[in-house]
Design a binder for this molecule. Structure first.
Ligand SMILES: *[C@@H]1O[C@H](CO)[C@@H](O)[C@H](O)[C@H]1NC(C)=O
Length: 326
């Protein structure tokens, strides 16, 4: 299956140009039977940063490195031998080559929010909201432009009132945008600056809203987990994590109010019994690493890990892999 795509002459020639060794490694890794359930889907793009399960509509929603959103419908009767198909649903022509990064489903308002970012030059950031049924744009709000400090708008969470919070991975700050798309404020805090200067290169990343009224955010290179209490004037605290730090943590998703998935090259299951003042790593899972595990989503109570890199020629195939924590 994946092997035949990999062995297409052009793709092979391209890889051999880089080195002969990666071919051997990738072929053997692709050939290995994954230990857990995997959704494969055909796609037009080579990188998909984020996918979220849209339970009401039986589909994944995925964000495009080339900008835009797609859906990957999952039929009632799954046939694991037939890859699913990605269908483009959002493409903002004015945004040129900005990428789409994190996305979240705001079920209460039947919309999806997605972050746009200029991953190569750090000179543009925006957040867009779209109707989940019609894909009509509700708002598209610029967060940063060429005259602002450099930024990498990355992930987004929505609170109970519909405010959106977008992380900046470059300058470790959070933009707050109202339910109707107005940029309200920017959350900054000295705690967001890691002690070691070199750990600030990949800063605030995955973000989620907890139903008890606070945000949880992970900082990738330092592995620090933050609690931002919206009921206490956006007070920022570091969550003490036994078994941490959560180095290279990328995506976040709540499995339950006391269980958090922190995905990345190694994904961790983190639990808290005191309202996320302290927590501990209780289990880990390693995905298909050569496909670059990124974000996470929950489907039917199971954890799935998005993998960024698509492979194959002429049609690239992506994987969303079930995580079994051990
Ligand atoms: C991102 O979008 C902005 C706003 O339309 C545009 O000015 C900029 O050139 C775009 N960046 C890229 C890399 O296409």
């Amino acid at each position: 299956m994946a092997l035949s795509c990999l062995l297409s002459p052009r793709f092979l020639a391209f890889i051999i140009l880089l080195s002969a060794i990666p071919v051997a490694i990738i072929v053997s890794l692709e050939r290995a039977q994954p230990a857990t359930h995997v959704y494969h889907y055909h796609s037009t793009g080579w990188f998909r940063e984020c996918s979220k399960w849209d339970a009401d509509n039986n589909r994944f929603i995925v964000s495009f490195i080339e900008g835009g959103l797609g859906v990957v419908p999952v039929p009632e009767k799954e046939d694991s031998k037939v890859p699913l198909e990605e269908v483009t649903v959002v493409k903002e022509l004015n945004l040129g080559r900005n990428s789409s990064a994190g996305l979240t489903i705001d079920r209460t308002r039947n919309r999806v929010l997605v972050v746009y970012t200029d991953v190569l030059r750090y000179r543009f950031g925006a957040v867009g909201a779209y109707d989940l049924s019609t894909w009509n744009r509700i708002f598209l709000t610029q967060l940063a432009g060429p005259n602002d400090e450099k930024s990498i708008a990355n992930d987004v969470a929505v609170d109970a009132k519909g405010n959106a919070y977008v992380t900046d991975t470059k300058a470790s700050k959070i933009w707050k945008v109202s339910v109707d798309g107005k940029l309200l404020s920017i959350i900054r805090n000295p705690l967001f600056t890691p002690k070691e200067w070199y750990k600030s290169f990949i800063g605030l990343n995955g973000i989620i809203y907890h139903p008890d009224g606070f945000l949880i955010v992970v900082q990738t290179l330092s592995g620090t987990l933050f609690k931002i209490d919206l009921t206490k004037g956006e007070e920022v605290k570091i969550i003490k994590v036994a078994g941490g730090p959560l180095l290279m943590g990328d995506g976040l998703e709540l499995l339950s109010p006391t269980k958090l998935v922190v995905s990345g090259f190694v994904s961790r299951l983190v639990e808290s019994s005191d309202g996320w003042n302290t927590a501990s790593v209780v289990a880990k899972f390693s995905g298909i690493r050569h496909r670059i595990p990124t974000t996470t989503t929950i489907k039917d109570g199971k954890v799935y890990i998005n993998h960024g890199a698509g492979m194959g020629y002429p049609r690239k195939k992506h994987v969303i892999v079930e995580a079994l924590f051990k």
